[in-house]
Ligand binder design. Structure first.
Ligand code: EZ4
Ligand code: CO
Length: 412
Protein backbone atom coordinates (compact mmCIF):
# COMPACT_ATOMS: atom_id res chain seq x y z
CA UNK A 1 0.00 0.00 0.00
CA UNK A 2 1.10 3.59 -0.66
CA UNK A 3 0.13 7.00 0.62
CA UNK A 4 -1.29 8.90 -2.36
CA UNK A 5 -2.39 12.11 -0.64
CA UNK A 6 -1.89 13.98 2.61
CA UNK A 7 -3.97 17.11 3.18
CA UNK A 8 -3.83 19.56 6.06
CA UNK A 9 -7.31 20.75 6.96
CA UNK A 10 -7.75 23.88 9.08
CA UNK A 11 -11.21 24.43 10.50
CA UNK A 12 -12.64 26.64 13.23
CA UNK A 13 -16.07 25.40 14.32
CA UNK A 14 -15.97 26.36 18.03
CA UNK A 15 -12.21 26.92 17.95
CA UNK A 16 -9.31 26.27 15.57
CA UNK A 17 -8.31 22.69 14.73
CA UNK A 18 -5.59 21.39 12.41
CA UNK A 19 -6.09 17.88 11.02
CA UNK A 20 -3.88 15.78 8.76
CA UNK A 21 -5.87 13.56 6.38
CA UNK A 22 -3.86 10.79 4.75
CA UNK A 23 -5.28 8.62 1.97
CA UNK A 24 -3.86 5.42 0.50
CA UNK A 25 -4.01 3.98 -3.02
CA UNK A 26 -6.63 1.54 -1.69
CA UNK A 27 -8.82 4.43 -0.52
CA UNK A 28 -8.17 4.01 3.21
CA UNK A 29 -8.28 7.36 5.06
CA UNK A 30 -6.34 8.09 8.27
CA UNK A 31 -6.70 11.20 10.46
CA UNK A 32 -4.22 12.85 12.83
CA UNK A 33 -4.58 15.92 15.09
CA UNK A 34 -1.93 18.68 14.78
CA UNK A 35 -3.65 21.44 16.78
CA UNK A 36 -1.25 23.71 18.71
CA UNK A 37 -3.42 26.26 20.49
CA UNK A 38 -2.58 29.85 19.47
CA UNK A 39 0.22 28.78 17.09
CA UNK A 40 -1.84 26.61 14.73
CA UNK A 41 -0.49 27.88 11.41
CA UNK A 42 3.12 27.13 12.32
CA UNK A 43 2.25 23.42 12.35
CA UNK A 44 0.22 23.79 9.16
CA UNK A 45 3.28 25.22 7.37
CA UNK A 46 5.62 22.59 8.87
CA UNK A 47 3.34 19.84 7.60
CA UNK A 48 2.42 21.30 4.21
CA UNK A 49 5.86 22.58 3.24
CA UNK A 50 8.16 20.00 4.79
CA UNK A 51 6.35 16.77 5.69
CA UNK A 52 3.53 16.14 3.20
CA UNK A 53 5.95 15.92 0.22
CA UNK A 54 7.86 13.19 2.11
CA UNK A 55 4.75 11.12 2.76
CA UNK A 56 3.60 10.64 -0.82
CA UNK A 57 4.56 7.15 -2.03
CA UNK A 58 5.50 5.87 1.46
CA UNK A 59 4.18 2.60 2.87
CA UNK A 60 1.63 3.60 5.57
CA UNK A 61 2.25 0.35 7.45
CA UNK A 62 5.77 1.44 8.44
CA UNK A 63 4.77 3.57 11.43
CA UNK A 64 7.91 3.29 13.56
CA UNK A 65 10.17 3.83 10.55
CA UNK A 66 8.19 6.91 9.47
CA UNK A 67 8.36 8.33 13.02
CA UNK A 68 12.14 7.85 13.20
CA UNK A 69 12.60 9.20 9.67
CA UNK A 70 10.63 12.40 10.38
CA UNK A 71 12.30 12.91 13.77
CA UNK A 72 15.89 12.22 12.81
CA UNK A 73 16.00 13.46 9.22
CA UNK A 74 14.85 16.95 10.29
CA UNK A 75 18.05 17.22 12.35
CA UNK A 76 16.27 19.96 14.42
CA UNK A 77 14.69 17.76 17.04
CA UNK A 78 11.89 18.17 19.55
CA UNK A 79 9.81 21.30 20.14
CA UNK A 80 6.02 21.68 20.06
CA UNK A 81 5.72 22.43 16.33
CA UNK A 82 7.86 19.49 15.18
CA UNK A 83 6.33 17.06 17.65
CA UNK A 84 2.73 18.04 16.86
CA UNK A 85 3.46 17.56 13.15
CA UNK A 86 5.04 14.13 13.73
CA UNK A 87 2.15 13.22 16.05
CA UNK A 88 -0.39 13.97 13.33
CA UNK A 89 1.38 11.68 10.85
CA UNK A 90 1.78 8.97 13.49
CA UNK A 91 -1.89 8.95 14.53
CA UNK A 92 -3.05 9.03 10.89
CA UNK A 93 -0.91 5.96 10.15
CA UNK A 94 -2.21 4.09 13.22
CA UNK A 95 -5.74 4.95 12.06
CA UNK A 96 -4.97 3.50 8.62
CA UNK A 97 -3.37 0.36 10.08
CA UNK A 98 -6.31 -0.32 12.37
CA UNK A 99 -8.82 0.24 9.56
CA UNK A 100 -6.89 -2.17 7.32
CA UNK A 101 -6.94 -4.72 10.16
CA UNK A 102 -10.66 -4.08 10.66
CA UNK A 103 -10.05 -3.46 14.38
CA UNK A 104 -10.44 -0.57 16.81
CA UNK A 105 -6.97 0.83 17.42
CA UNK A 106 -6.79 -0.28 21.06
CA UNK A 107 -6.79 -3.91 19.87
CA UNK A 108 -3.52 -3.31 17.99
CA UNK A 109 -2.02 -1.73 21.13
CA UNK A 110 -2.54 -4.89 23.16
CA UNK A 111 -6.29 -4.87 23.75
CA UNK A 112 -8.36 -3.35 26.55
CA UNK A 113 -6.84 -3.30 30.04
CA UNK A 114 -10.07 -1.92 31.54
CA UNK A 115 -13.73 -1.42 30.68
CA UNK A 116 -13.61 2.39 30.48
CA UNK A 117 -11.52 5.47 31.21
CA UNK A 118 -12.16 7.38 34.41
CA UNK A 119 -12.42 11.08 33.53
CA UNK A 120 -12.30 14.37 35.34
CA UNK A 121 -14.20 17.48 34.35
CA UNK A 122 -13.48 21.17 34.89
CA UNK A 123 -15.61 22.84 37.55
CA UNK A 124 -14.97 26.51 38.12
CA UNK A 125 -16.52 29.68 39.47
CA UNK A 126 -15.51 33.20 40.32
CA UNK A 127 -16.76 32.58 43.88
CA UNK A 128 -17.80 29.58 46.01
CA UNK A 129 -21.47 29.72 45.06
CA UNK A 130 -20.70 29.58 41.34
CA UNK A 131 -18.10 26.88 41.95
CA UNK A 132 -20.47 24.65 43.94
CA UNK A 133 -23.12 24.98 41.19
CA UNK A 134 -20.52 23.99 38.63
CA UNK A 135 -19.40 20.96 40.67
CA UNK A 136 -23.03 19.83 41.02
CA UNK A 137 -23.62 20.31 37.28
CA UNK A 138 -20.59 18.17 36.48
CA UNK A 139 -21.71 15.45 38.89
CA UNK A 140 -25.13 15.51 37.22
CA UNK A 141 -23.42 14.88 33.87
CA UNK A 142 -21.76 11.81 35.38
CA UNK A 143 -18.28 13.09 36.24
CA UNK A 144 -16.76 11.25 39.22
CA UNK A 145 -13.64 13.40 39.58
CA UNK A 146 -13.52 17.18 39.45
CA UNK A 147 -10.90 19.82 38.75
CA UNK A 148 -11.50 22.90 40.91
CA UNK A 149 -10.43 26.41 39.83
CA UNK A 150 -11.75 29.66 41.30
CA UNK A 151 -11.30 33.38 41.21
CA UNK A 152 -8.88 35.00 43.66
CA UNK A 153 -10.05 38.14 45.52
CA UNK A 154 -8.37 41.20 44.03
CA UNK A 155 -7.59 39.59 40.65
CA UNK A 156 -9.90 40.54 37.77
CA UNK A 157 -9.53 37.64 35.37
CA UNK A 158 -7.80 34.38 36.06
CA UNK A 159 -7.00 31.09 34.34
CA UNK A 160 -9.52 28.28 34.48
CA UNK A 161 -12.82 30.07 35.07
CA UNK A 162 -15.55 29.27 32.55
CA UNK A 163 -17.45 32.21 31.17
CA UNK A 164 -20.38 32.58 28.86
CA UNK A 165 -18.59 32.05 25.61
CA UNK A 166 -18.96 34.33 22.65
CA UNK A 167 -17.80 31.77 20.12
CA UNK A 168 -19.84 31.54 16.95
CA UNK A 169 -22.67 29.13 17.44
CA UNK A 170 -22.09 29.10 21.19
CA UNK A 171 -22.96 32.68 22.07
CA UNK A 172 -24.16 32.93 25.64
CA UNK A 173 -23.49 29.25 26.28
CA UNK A 174 -21.05 28.07 28.86
CA UNK A 175 -18.07 26.43 27.13
CA UNK A 176 -15.91 25.01 29.92
CA UNK A 177 -13.20 26.33 29.69
CA UNK A 178 -11.43 27.68 26.59
CA UNK A 179 -8.68 30.12 27.44
CA UNK A 180 -7.80 31.13 23.84
CA UNK A 181 -9.71 34.12 22.55
CA UNK A 182 -10.38 35.05 18.97
CA UNK A 183 -8.89 38.39 17.95
CA UNK A 184 -5.70 40.03 16.76
CA UNK A 185 -4.02 40.36 20.18
CA UNK A 186 -3.70 38.16 23.28
CA UNK A 187 -5.78 39.18 26.30
CA UNK A 188 -3.89 40.44 29.34
CA UNK A 189 -4.68 38.91 32.73
CA UNK A 190 -3.38 39.88 36.14
CA UNK A 191 -1.62 37.71 38.71
CA UNK A 192 -0.48 37.76 42.33
CA UNK A 193 0.99 34.49 43.66
CA UNK A 194 0.77 35.46 47.36
CA UNK A 195 -2.99 36.19 47.14
CA UNK A 196 -3.46 32.92 45.27
CA UNK A 197 -1.50 30.90 47.85
CA UNK A 198 -3.60 32.38 50.67
CA UNK A 199 -6.93 31.83 48.91
CA UNK A 200 -6.74 28.37 47.33
CA UNK A 201 -6.62 26.31 50.58
CA UNK A 202 -9.77 28.09 51.83
CA UNK A 203 -11.55 27.02 48.64
CA UNK A 204 -10.60 23.36 49.06
CA UNK A 205 -11.60 23.45 52.71
CA UNK A 206 -15.05 24.72 51.68
CA UNK A 207 -15.38 22.16 48.86
CA UNK A 208 -14.50 19.26 51.20
CA UNK A 209 -16.98 20.57 53.80
CA UNK A 210 -19.74 20.70 51.16
CA UNK A 211 -18.99 17.58 49.06
CA UNK A 212 -17.35 15.23 51.58
CA UNK A 213 -14.09 13.29 51.63
CA UNK A 214 -14.71 10.81 48.76
CA UNK A 215 -14.89 13.01 45.66
CA UNK A 216 -11.51 13.06 43.83
CA UNK A 217 -10.44 16.72 43.48
CA UNK A 218 -7.75 18.12 41.18
CA UNK A 219 -6.18 21.55 40.78
CA UNK A 220 -4.05 23.21 38.09
CA UNK A 221 -1.39 25.71 39.21
CA UNK A 222 -0.62 26.52 35.55
CA UNK A 223 3.14 27.00 35.92
CA UNK A 224 2.92 30.10 38.12
CA UNK A 225 4.88 29.23 41.24
CA UNK A 226 8.52 29.04 42.18
CA UNK A 227 9.62 25.69 43.63
CA UNK A 228 9.35 26.93 47.24
CA UNK A 229 5.92 28.48 46.60
CA UNK A 230 4.76 25.22 45.02
CA UNK A 231 6.05 23.32 48.06
CA UNK A 232 4.07 25.68 50.28
CA UNK A 233 0.87 25.13 48.27
CA UNK A 234 1.31 21.35 48.23
CA UNK A 235 1.68 21.36 52.02
CA UNK A 236 -1.27 23.66 52.62
CA UNK A 237 -3.50 21.44 50.44
CA UNK A 238 -2.54 18.16 52.15
CA UNK A 239 -5.55 18.21 54.54
CA UNK A 240 -7.88 18.20 51.49
CA UNK A 241 -6.41 15.05 49.92
CA UNK A 242 -6.02 16.15 46.30
CA UNK A 243 -5.93 13.58 43.48
CA UNK A 244 -3.21 15.82 42.03
CA UNK A 245 -1.70 19.26 41.91
CA UNK A 246 -0.87 20.03 38.28
CA UNK A 247 1.90 22.17 36.75
CA UNK A 248 2.93 23.70 40.06
CA UNK A 249 6.17 25.04 38.50
CA UNK A 250 7.08 25.69 34.84
CA UNK A 251 9.47 22.65 35.03
CA UNK A 252 11.57 23.40 31.99
CA UNK A 253 13.98 22.94 34.85
CA UNK A 254 13.07 19.40 35.87
CA UNK A 255 15.17 19.70 39.03
CA UNK A 256 12.74 22.29 40.41
CA UNK A 257 10.43 19.44 41.37
CA UNK A 258 12.98 17.96 43.79
CA UNK A 259 12.36 20.82 46.18
CA UNK A 260 8.57 20.49 45.88
CA UNK A 261 8.72 16.75 46.42
CA UNK A 262 10.86 17.05 49.54
CA UNK A 263 8.17 19.10 51.22
CA UNK A 264 4.80 17.65 50.28
CA UNK A 265 2.90 14.39 49.80
CA UNK A 266 0.31 16.05 47.52
CA UNK A 267 0.51 14.02 44.26
CA UNK A 268 2.04 15.95 41.35
CA UNK A 269 1.11 15.95 37.67
CA UNK A 270 3.04 17.72 34.93
CA UNK A 271 3.77 17.71 31.22
CA UNK A 272 1.04 19.23 29.04
CA UNK A 273 3.66 21.49 27.44
CA UNK A 274 6.37 18.82 27.31
CA UNK A 275 6.80 17.05 24.00
CA UNK A 276 9.30 14.21 24.36
CA UNK A 277 10.39 11.48 26.75
CA UNK A 278 13.54 13.52 27.42
CA UNK A 279 11.42 16.21 29.11
CA UNK A 280 10.49 13.49 31.61
CA UNK A 281 13.87 11.84 31.97
CA UNK A 282 14.88 13.14 35.39
CA UNK A 283 11.47 13.61 36.99
CA UNK A 284 10.43 10.03 36.21
CA UNK A 285 13.75 8.45 37.21
CA UNK A 286 13.76 10.33 40.53
CA UNK A 287 10.03 9.73 41.03
CA UNK A 288 9.30 13.45 41.35
CA UNK A 289 5.85 13.17 39.73
CA UNK A 290 2.83 10.86 39.88
CA UNK A 291 1.04 11.59 36.58
CA UNK A 292 2.14 12.28 32.99
CA UNK A 293 0.10 15.16 31.50
CA UNK A 294 1.18 14.86 27.85
CA UNK A 295 -1.33 14.49 25.05
CA UNK A 296 -0.92 12.22 22.03
CA UNK A 297 -1.26 15.41 19.93
CA UNK A 298 1.71 17.24 21.47
CA UNK A 299 4.06 14.39 22.38
CA UNK A 300 4.78 12.74 19.06
CA UNK A 301 1.65 10.62 18.70
CA UNK A 302 0.74 7.13 19.91
CA UNK A 303 4.23 5.80 19.15
CA UNK A 304 6.10 8.28 21.34
CA UNK A 305 3.57 8.72 24.17
CA UNK A 306 3.47 4.95 24.56
CA UNK A 307 7.26 5.01 25.07
CA UNK A 308 6.87 7.74 27.70
CA UNK A 309 4.22 5.67 29.50
CA UNK A 310 6.32 2.48 29.36
CA UNK A 311 9.21 4.37 30.93
CA UNK A 312 6.87 5.89 33.56
CA UNK A 313 5.44 2.45 34.37
CA UNK A 314 8.76 1.35 35.88
CA UNK A 315 8.26 4.01 38.55
CA UNK A 316 4.52 3.51 39.26
CA UNK A 317 3.72 6.75 37.42
CA UNK A 318 0.39 6.83 35.63
CA UNK A 319 -1.24 8.70 32.77
CA UNK A 320 -3.32 11.84 33.06
CA UNK A 321 -3.39 12.78 29.38
CA UNK A 322 -4.14 16.43 28.58
CA UNK A 323 -7.70 16.69 27.28
CA UNK A 324 -8.84 20.32 26.95
CA UNK A 325 -10.97 21.36 23.98
CA UNK A 326 -7.86 22.28 22.02
CA UNK A 327 -7.14 18.57 21.66
CA UNK A 328 -9.41 17.82 18.68
CA UNK A 329 -11.85 14.89 18.64
CA UNK A 330 -9.18 13.08 16.57
CA UNK A 331 -6.52 13.64 19.24
CA UNK A 332 -8.96 12.70 22.02
CA UNK A 333 -9.99 9.49 20.27
CA UNK A 334 -6.36 8.50 19.70
CA UNK A 335 -5.48 8.90 23.38
CA UNK A 336 -8.63 7.08 24.46
CA UNK A 337 -7.37 4.01 22.56
CA UNK A 338 -3.92 4.35 24.15
CA UNK A 339 -5.42 4.87 27.62
CA UNK A 340 -7.65 1.83 27.26
CA UNK A 341 -4.68 -0.37 26.29
CA UNK A 342 -1.86 0.62 28.66
CA UNK A 343 -1.66 -0.86 32.15
CA UNK A 344 -0.60 2.39 33.85
CA UNK A 345 -3.62 4.47 32.89
CA UNK A 346 -4.58 6.92 35.65
CA UNK A 347 -7.31 9.36 34.62
CA UNK A 348 -8.38 11.20 31.44
CA UNK A 349 -9.17 14.92 31.38
CA UNK A 350 -12.37 15.41 29.42
CA UNK A 351 -14.19 18.58 28.37
CA UNK A 352 -17.00 18.31 25.92
CA UNK A 353 -16.50 19.94 22.54
CA UNK A 354 -19.14 22.30 21.13
CA UNK A 355 -21.96 21.21 18.83
CA UNK A 356 -20.35 22.75 15.73
CA UNK A 357 -17.16 20.75 16.42
CA UNK A 358 -19.19 17.56 16.74
CA UNK A 359 -20.72 18.22 13.30
CA UNK A 360 -17.28 18.56 11.69
CA UNK A 361 -15.81 15.51 13.48
CA UNK A 362 -18.20 12.53 13.61
CA UNK A 363 -17.22 10.45 16.58
CA UNK A 364 -17.99 7.02 17.97
CA UNK A 365 -16.78 7.30 21.58
CA UNK A 366 -19.18 7.02 24.53
CA UNK A 367 -19.25 8.92 27.83
CA UNK A 368 -21.21 6.97 30.46
CA UNK A 369 -21.29 7.54 34.23
CA UNK A 370 -18.04 9.49 34.04
CA UNK A 371 -16.20 6.90 31.93
CA UNK A 372 -15.06 7.28 28.32
CA UNK A 373 -14.76 4.43 25.83
CA UNK A 374 -13.40 4.93 22.30
CA UNK A 375 -15.91 2.53 20.71
CA UNK A 376 -15.30 -0.44 18.45
CA UNK A 377 -15.31 1.08 14.99
CA UNK A 378 -12.20 0.07 12.97
CA UNK A 379 -9.43 2.68 13.33
CA UNK A 380 -9.64 5.50 15.87
CA UNK A 381 -13.35 5.94 15.19
CA UNK A 382 -13.52 9.53 13.92
CA UNK A 383 -14.68 10.75 10.49
CA UNK A 384 -13.99 14.26 9.24
CA UNK A 385 -16.81 15.91 7.28
CA UNK A 386 -14.87 17.99 4.74
CA UNK A 387 -17.89 20.11 3.71
CA UNK A 388 -18.71 20.98 7.32
CA UNK A 389 -15.03 21.75 7.98
CA UNK A 390 -14.92 24.14 5.01
CA UNK A 391 -17.86 26.10 6.47
CA UNK A 392 -15.65 27.24 9.38
CA UNK A 393 -12.48 28.96 8.12
CA UNK A 394 -9.51 29.65 10.42
CA UNK A 395 -9.85 32.58 12.82
CA UNK A 396 -6.87 34.06 14.56
CA UNK A 397 -6.91 33.34 18.30
CA UNK A 398 -4.37 33.73 21.08
CA UNK A 399 -3.93 32.35 24.57
CA UNK A 400 -3.86 35.14 27.20
CA UNK A 401 -0.77 36.21 29.13
CA UNK A 402 -0.14 37.51 32.67
CA UNK A 403 1.26 40.70 34.16
CA UNK A 404 1.99 41.33 37.83
CA UNK A 405 0.78 44.53 39.54
CA UNK A 406 4.05 46.30 38.66
CA UNK A 407 3.72 45.42 34.98
CA UNK A 408 6.14 42.48 34.87
CA UNK A 409 5.19 39.66 32.49
CA UNK A 410 4.60 36.46 34.50
CA UNK A 411 4.14 32.81 33.52
CA UNK A 412 0.64 32.15 32.25
O1 EZ4 B 1 -4.18 25.98 29.36
O2 EZ4 B 1 -5.24 23.69 26.85
O3 EZ4 B 1 -5.03 21.46 32.11
N1 EZ4 B 1 -5.39 22.14 31.20
C1 EZ4 B 1 -4.84 23.28 30.81
C2 EZ4 B 1 -5.42 23.91 29.58
C3 EZ4 B 1 -4.38 24.71 28.78
C4 EZ4 B 1 -4.85 24.91 27.37
C5 EZ4 B 1 -3.74 25.52 26.52
O4 EZ4 B 1 -4.06 25.37 25.19
O5 EZ4 B 1 -3.92 23.75 31.44
O6 EZ4 B 1 -6.50 24.73 29.91
CO1 CO C 1 -3.09 22.23 32.77
Amino acid sequence: MQIVSADVIVTSPDRNFVTLRVETDEGVVGLGDATLNGRELAVVAYLREHVVPLLIGRDPARIEDTWQFLYRSAYWRRGPVTMAAIAAVDVALWDVKAKVAGLPLYQLLGGASRTGLLTYGHASGKDLEELFDSIRAHQAEGYRAIRVQTGVPGLKSIYGIASNATFDGNAGKRYDHEPAQRGALPAEEDWDTRSYLRHVPTVFEAVRAEFGPELPLLHDGHHRMTPIQAAQLGKSLEPYDLFWLEDCTPAENQEALRLVRQHTTTPLAIGEIFNTVWDYQLIVREQLIDYVRSAVTHAGGITHLRKIMDYASQYQIKSGFHGPTDISPVGMAAQMHLGLAIHNFGIQEYMQHGEATDRVFRQSFTFTDGFLHPGDQPGIGVDLDLDEAARHPYEQAYLPYNRLADGTVHDW
